[in-house]
Design a protein around this ligand. Structure first.
Ligand SMILES: [Zn+2]
Length: 371
């Protein structure tokens, strides 16, 4: 009898404890649920993307978008021979190549067609054509886009230019300055990274014969002898992009003396809304001018070409999403034995003082910054 009472009491006590424990867990569970539903709206108004409710609201960090532009690129027999024997290191040396690859966007002037077809342009002293398989060099250099407005893209005629379009399209490399009609040839290349949209158009003020002009015969080159169309493209681009640059082929070869038309067109492009003008063709560097606060880099010189390049530079544009101003700096380079590499600091100093002596309203400091 006593034993049965004892067991009954024990069962009642255990049941009681189980109920209390159950209620406690139940209460805790709803307490958490409640917290969740309270904090959710707070986290979404904070614009916090994760589920950690205790995290502080994020402060917008500066994000830099870097763009790199170079002058004339020709994959000449010397360059290809280096590539075939030493790989990409024989074309552009390590640390300079890293700068190209690490930039968010890299663009060069492609001074040749990619093709194995076509007929050599008659009465032309130098004609260039490169086997399309060597587009691998552009990929290895991190080149995102090329300008095709120059005096060599039609060296082997329309078929070769069409092969160039196909080669670049297949490689995922954007282009501007040549096309199957005026609209295509004057189409912007757009770099849209980290919230900044940059539009670039290429045009040439040097073509050997009028038939190269896309308005006269297709496919062809977007030209700037009469800059009206180019100015129109810049004005329209300015309404669509945060920054607009013009890559232009112009000037006289082997001299730092500017043609009057370079200044006139350069100023007209800035007046139309361009944030900067990036020139090439003379094979040598020319001065920089700041006009209405915007830079005109008259000629960047040869970047990859024949055996030797005395001096050139890659133009680096850094734009951060906080200050919203583009900063310009030069990466000084030269080529020896058809390999392009960075200059030593002494060589760079001498390039900067030379550029300072031929530039207008611009000063380049020891770090290559354009002020
Ligand atoms: Zn040229």
């Amino acid at each position: 009898m006593k034993k049965r009472v004892l067991i009954t009491i024990l069962i009642v006590v255990l049941l009681g404890l189980a109920i209390v424990a159950g209620l406690f867990i139940y209460a805790k569970f709803f307490e958490n649920k409640d917290n969740d539903s309270k904090s959710e709206p707070t986290s979404s108004t904070d614009n916090s993307n994760d589920n950690n409710n205790n995290k502080e609201p994020e402060v917008k960090q500066p994000v830099n978008t870097s763009m790199l532009f170079t002058g004339d690129v020709l994959l000449s027999e010397y360059v290809l021979s280096n590539y075939n024997s030493k790989g990409i290191d024989g074309v552009v040396e390590g640390s300079l190549r890293e700068d190209m690859v690490n930039a968010d966007f890299a663009m060069v002037n492609e001074e040749f067609p990619f093709s194995n077809r076509g007929t050599k342009a008659p009465d032309k002293q130098y004609t260039f054509r490169v086997d399309p398989k060597y587009v691998s060099i552009f990929k290895e250099l991190g080149i995102d886009a090329v300008g095709l407005a120059n005096n060599h893209v039609l060296d082997f005629g329309k078929e070769a230019l069409e092969d160039t379009f196909t080669t670049l399209n297949n490689a995922g490399i954007l282009f501007t300055g040549s096309g199957n009609n005026l609209a295509e040839a004057s189409k912007l290349v757009v770099c849209d990274k980290n919230g900044v949209k940059v539009g670039i158009v290429a045009a040439s003020r040097v073509i050997p014969v009028v038939e190269w002009n896309v308005k006269n015969s297709q496919p062809g080159v977007f030209t700037a002898y009469d800059p009206t169309d180019l100015i129109g493209v810049v004005q329209k681009a300015k309404t669509e992009c945060d920054l607009v640059y013009v890559m232009i082929h112009w000037g006289t070869e082997h001299t730092d003396k500017l043609e009057e038309y370079q200044k006139t067109i350069g100023h007209q492009l800035i007046d139309a809304g361009a944030d900067g003008v990036i020139g090439a063709h003379p094979h040598v560097v020319q001065g920089i001018e700041r006009y209405n606060g915007k830079p005109i880099f008259y000629s960047l010189g040869n970047y990859i070409f024949n055996q030797n390049i005395e001096r050139t530079f890659a133009l680096k544009i850094d734009y951060d999403n906080v200050n919203k101003t583009p900063n310009y700096s030069l990466i000084p380079a030269k080529a020896v034995g058809a390999t392009t590499r960075k200059m030593s600091s002494e060589e760079a100093s001498s390039l900067y003082s030379y550029l300072n002596s031929i530039s207008t309203d611009v000063s380049i400091d020891e770090g290559g910054n354009v002020k």
